[in-house]
Design a protein around this ligand. Sequence first.
Ligand code: ZN
Length: 318
Amino acid sequence: MRGRVRGWAMRHCDAQHPPLPRLGSVPELPEVEALAQDLRRRLVGRAISRVDLTAFSALKTFDPPLQALHGTLVDDVTRHGKFLDIDASGVHLVIHLARAGWIRWRDEVPDLPARPNPKNPLAARVVIDDPDLEAQPGLDITEAGTKKGLAIYVVRDPQEVEGIARLGPDPLSDDFTIDVLRQILEAEGRKQVKGVMRMQSIIAGIGNAYSDEILHAARMSPFKPANSLDATELQTLYDAVRRTLGDAVQRSAGLAASELKGEKKSNLAVHGRTGQACPVCGDIVREVSFADSSLQYCATCQTGGKPLADRRMSRLLK
Ligand SMILES: [Zn+2]
């Protein structure tokens, strides 16, 4: 039935797998990589019939216009850091999901163009034209909440997107050797390793969650100065980066977009788990809070048993 809204389509949609609740976790390299793989399977070789924009502030470019995508065939879907890149015959639809953005595949979208509706999280809809199907499938790009960070770009070359042009090396690429990591850390001097790992211009794709996880896996304090690692610590951190991200990508591969957030959440050892037991040693996971974020760590595994100073917590406890 063309035009009937069937709701969010999922590959494993049944009573045992209801839609996952929003978990509030920001998509990082493994989730964006899995989204790119999922979309590649669904989109390559198919034509975009139109793109409806409903959150006008999300579109950051004006030339080429959104309409340049209409009627184009999708050649590939890739990832740059945390950016998704849909290459449609040389016109690139680039998406940065930010804090509350997400993508949902629908087996069937309405015939009528989507319209702005403040109550609807839909920011844009990519409608696919498939002559073999009775219904038009599509891709809903959504953003929940009021913190508008979702960004959509239409460009001829992804390097025209400033956030992509200044990305550091991708930590899963072959070019990311232990020497590259050594140079990166030495160049950052006494800055804390946790903050360095999150900077997209230094290393691409790692955010707050996976930097917590990598440092826990490396048994390293998040406050350790970047240039203070000895050769053994450098090797341990390098291995933790590759293994933590590589394992997460492997676990996420093959999952539909709707399943990724639950997968991520259930496999985190310390991030977002304040007060729970560390899966390695059983100590409680502790937290340090900042103005707009917090980090989690295990004192036994990472800081020789000594809790890190948390000014907000100590103020509350006085
Ligand atoms: Zn521990």
